[in-house]
Design a protein around this ligand. Structure first.
Ligand code: COA
Length: 322
């Protein structure tokens, strides 16, 4: 988005100062943007934000121009980590200067929060050019990510492929939780995604990550019916998993696909993903999406060869060492 040279910068307002309905118009607009860009129903998230606003417990900033709220970002703190939960600025309302003002203030406020040592964010509504200098850049690592999707026709054409390892595929059940947490943590050792999300680095972190996917509605509504695990027939242990959520009634999202390192390249990832998508189509989905780090070439190759198309790019930003 081009900056408007003469537009005055909006003023910053702390979110708890806004009334319960202060973000209503902006959230309603944002719901439409999520629908158009990502086929994603943002309403449950917007309702949750409204409830927190109502009890003045949503922390972050809004941008105000006159009477109009033109942007907002909120953050939460989890132990030593700050998370920027959402970031949205109305298009044509200030451009980069306004977006950078909002991002700078959000990061600044987290850096100043006692005990916060790391800030993570995945900002699907922000599209900074690669050359754009971002706030607190000396502490910042930037990882661009793709948003990809496949439509029903292409997904339903995928052919079954027998993996080169003997496995049994089983629908997700609550009893798999602990073992899948171990598989997640083993799968992301030394992986770029564990730079982006430090929950991948430890088993307690992987448990928390799974809890967020399976129990909480932040990334859609978890679908136990569409999610599945692969069990190694030799060891009887889970060796791979593909988890999915419904982000709209007819829109599935793959929230996790991982295979233990020792058995990669055996078509297990492909087959888990294909079966998961077949289940999503049976549930009535007309599209399936996912996000993947651009430098995760094995995964990108798998998705592209299966027919996923890149619909957009967004940054994952991590500040540390401040
Ligand atoms: C990405 C991942 C799930 C792929 O699983 P996998 O079982 O190794 O992949 P598959 O064997 O099913 O590969 C299927 C296709 O993808 C491509 N591919 C995937 N990994 C490849 C590799 N290491 N080398 C060459 N091609 C590869 C190929 O096109 C392959 O097709 P082919 O069998 O005709 O060669 C696995 O590497 C993994 O768990 N990575 C760590 C976690 C991760 O990155 N998850 C994705 C997050 S978005």
């Amino acid at each position: 988005m081009a900056a408007m040279p003469d537009a005055p910068l909006p003023e910053l307002v702390e979110l708890p100062q806004l009334g319960a309905t202060g973000l209503d118009a902006l959230l309603n607009e944002e719901i439409g943007v999520w629908e158009r860009r990502f086929t994603w129903d943002f309403r449950p998230s917007a309702d949750l934000l409204r409830r927190f606003l109502q009890i003045r417990s949503l922390y972050g900033y809004a941008l105000r121009t006159g009477e109009e709220i033109v942007g907002y970002a909120y953050h939460v703190c989890e132990g030593r980590k700050g998370l920027i939960g959402d970031f949205y600025v109305r298009p044509q309302r200030g451009g980069w200067p306004a977006e950078m003002l909002l991002l700078n203030s959000t990061v600044e406020s987290l850096i100043a929060s006692p005990g916060i040592r790391r800030i993570e964010s995945q900002l699907m509504m922000l599209h900074p050019p690669a050359a754009q200098t971002l706030p607190y850049s000396r502490y910042l690592a930037r990882y661009d990510r793709y948003f990809m999707s496949i439509d029903r026709a292409a997904a339903s054409e995928l052919k079954p492929r027998t993996p080169l390892v003997r496995v049994t595929f089983t629908q997700w059940a609550e009893r798999h939780f602990e073992e899948v947490a171990h598989v997640v943590s083993a799968s992301y050792k030394g992986h770029v995604d564990s730079e982006i999300n430090d929950q991948y680095r430890t088993i307690p972190g992987a448990r928390q990550f799974l809890m967020n996917i399976v129990k909480f509605p932040g990334c859609g509504r978890f679908s136990p019916t569409a999610s599945l695990v692969a069990i190694d027939e030799t060891t009887g242990r889970i060796c791979g998993a593909c988890l999915a959520s419904l982000v709209a009634p007819q829109s599935g999202h793959l929230t996790q696909l991982c295979i233990l390192p020792a058995i990669r390249g055996a078509r297990l990832g492909y087959e888990l993903m294909r079966q998961c998508m077949t289940r999503l189509l049976e549930l009535g989905c007309t599209t399936v999406s996912l996000t993947v780090t651009c430098s995760n070439v094995d995964a990108v190759r798998l998705y592209e060869s299966a027919g996923f198309q890149t619909k957009g790019t967004f940054p994952a930003l991590v500040w540390e060492g401040f």
